[in-house]
Design a protein around this ligand. Structure first.
Ligand code: SF4
Length: 351
C-alpha cells in the first residue's frame, strides 16, 4: 500500500468519524499542549473535565505560570502521574519567562522544554503550526504495526526509530495536523487493542494483520515492567478539630501532595507491632483500623491501611512534627490541599 492511499483513506475516515473535542476546535498551542499533557496515560472521558477546568482557571500560559504549584496539584488531583502536573507548571514558567509567553513553533525547540517528549512536541508542532512531523503514540504503533505487518518491538529503540520513520514517510505533507489526528483517532476508536473492527475496516483487504490473522500478536512489545509491592500504613492523628498531615517530598510518588503520618513496610505487619517499633507512635492507642485497600500505579502496587490512633503529644514530639514536615490542618484547610486520591477518598468517607 503506498503512502498516498494510506493517508487519504485514513483522513477520509477521520473526517467522518472524529469525536467533537474542544482541543480540536482550536489552533492555540497552549490548549493543544494542555490537552496532550492531560491525555497522556489518561482516557478522553476521564481527561476532558480536567482540560475544561484548567482552561477555565488558567486561560493563558502566563496565568498558569503565575499560579502557585499547590493550586495546580489540587486541580490535577485524581489524574495521577503527578510529575506531569509539576512539569506542566515548570514548562509554563519557562515559556512565560524565556519566550515571552509565546510557544516555540518547531519540533526541535519544543522537545527541549520540561515535560515535552517527542510525542507531545510532534503533536504541538504539527497541529498548531502544521510542521511535517509525525506523532507516534500507542495508537499509532498499533495501527502501523498491523496495517503494514511490522513485528519490530515497540519498546526497543530500534522499533521506535523504525515506526517514527515509517510514520514520517506516510504523513500527508499538506495536512500533517489532520493526518496525525486521524491515525491516533483510528487507533483509539477503530483498530482497538482488543477486538479491532476488522470486518468493517477501510483497510480490511490490505491490512497485513487482518490477512494473516495477527491482530493479537501485533504490535510486539517485549518489556515486562516489574511491579514493586509497598505497604502504606497511614496513622490518623487528631488534636481537637485538626488532623496531622505531611507534605510529601523527595524522589518518590506524589511529590508535593499531602498525606498522613506514614509507616511504610515491605510486607504486611500487625499495627500493634508498628506502634511499638515506631518512636513517635509509641504509647498511642488504636481507635480503629481500616481494611487494606489496593491501589495500582504503573510500576507499583500499594496496600494501604488507615489507622486512627489517640495520642497526646509531648513538647519533644511537637518538635519532631516540625522536623518531619508534619503540620496540623483544619477541615477547611485540608479541603484546599492537593492529596493522593485515596487519601481524599478516606477523608470524604470519614466525615
Ligand atoms: S483490518 Fe483490523 S487490524 Fe487491520 S487496520 Fe483494520 S481494524 Fe486494524
Amino acid at each position: 500500500m503506498n503512502a498516498e492511499f494510506f493517508s487519504s483513506k485514513i483522513i477520509d475516515w477521520y473526517l467522518d468519524h472524529q469525536r467533537d473535542l474542544p482541543w480540536r476546535r482550536t489552533r492555540d498551542p497552549y490548549k493543544i499542549w494542555l490537552s496532550e499533557i492531560i491525555l497522556q496515560q489518561t482516557r478522553v472521558v476521564q481527561g476532558l473535565p480536567y482540560y475544561l477546568a484548567f482552561v477555565s482557571a488558567y486561560p493563558t500560559i502566563d496565568s498558569l505560570a503565575k499560579a502557585p504549584e499547590q493550586k495546580i496539584l489540587r486541580l490535577w488531583q485524581g489524574l495521577g502521574y503527578y510529575s506531569r502536573a509539576r512539569n506542566l507548571h515548570k514548562c509554563a514558567r519557562e515559556i512565560s519567562k524565556k519566550f515571552n509567553g509565546a510557544f516555540p513553533k518547531s519540533f526541535n525547540e519544543l522537545v527541549r522544554l520540561p515535560g515535552i517528549g517527542p510525542y507531545t512536541a510532534a503533536a504541538i508542532a504539527s497541529i498548531a503550526f502544521k510542521e511535517n512531523v509525525a506523532v507516534v503514540d500507542g495508537n499509532v504503533f498499533r495501527v502501523m504495526a498491523r496495517v503494514f505487518g511490522v513485528d519490530k518491538d515497540i519498546a526497543s529503540d530500534e522499533g521506535k526509530k523504525y515506526f517514527f520513520s515509517l510514520a514520517n514517510q506516510l504523513i500527508d505533507k499538506n495536512q500533517p495536523d489532520i493526518f496525525n489526528q486521524a491515525v491516533m483517532e483510528f487507533g483509539a476508536l477503530h483498530c482497538l487493542p482488543q477486538n479491532p473492527k476488522c470486518a468493517e475496516c477501510i483497510f480490511a483487504k490490505h491490512c497485513e494483520a487482518n490477512k494473516k490473522n495477527l491482530q493479537d500478536v501485533l504490535p510486539v512489545k517485549s518489556k515486562k515492567v516489574k511491579i514493586k509491592n509497598r505497604y502504606f500504613n497511614y496513622f490518623i492523628i487528631r488534636s481537637k478539630n485538626k488532623l496531622l498531615m505531611r507534605q510529601r517530598n523527595g524522589k518518590d510518588i506524589w511529590k508535593g501532595l499531602y498525606d498522613f503520618y506514614l509507616v511504610e513496610t515491605t510486607r504486611s505487619r500487625k499495627v500493634e507491632t508498628l506502634i511499638l517499633e515506631d518512636e513517635f507512635l509509641n504509647g498511642s492507642t488504636i481507635i480503629n483500623e481500616s481494611k487494606s485497600f489496593t491501589h495500582l500505579l504503573s510500576h507499583q502496587k500499594l496496600k494501604v491501611k488507615f489507622i486512627k490512633v489517640e495520642k497526646s503529644l509531648t513538647k519533644k514530639e511537637e518538635l519532631v512534627i516540625k522536623n518531619q514536615n508534619l503540620q496540623w490542618f483544619s477541615p477547611t484547610q485540608i479541603s484546599k490541599l492537593p492529596k493522593p486520591i485515596l487519601v481524599d477518598r478516606f477523608l470524604r468517607e470519614d466525615r
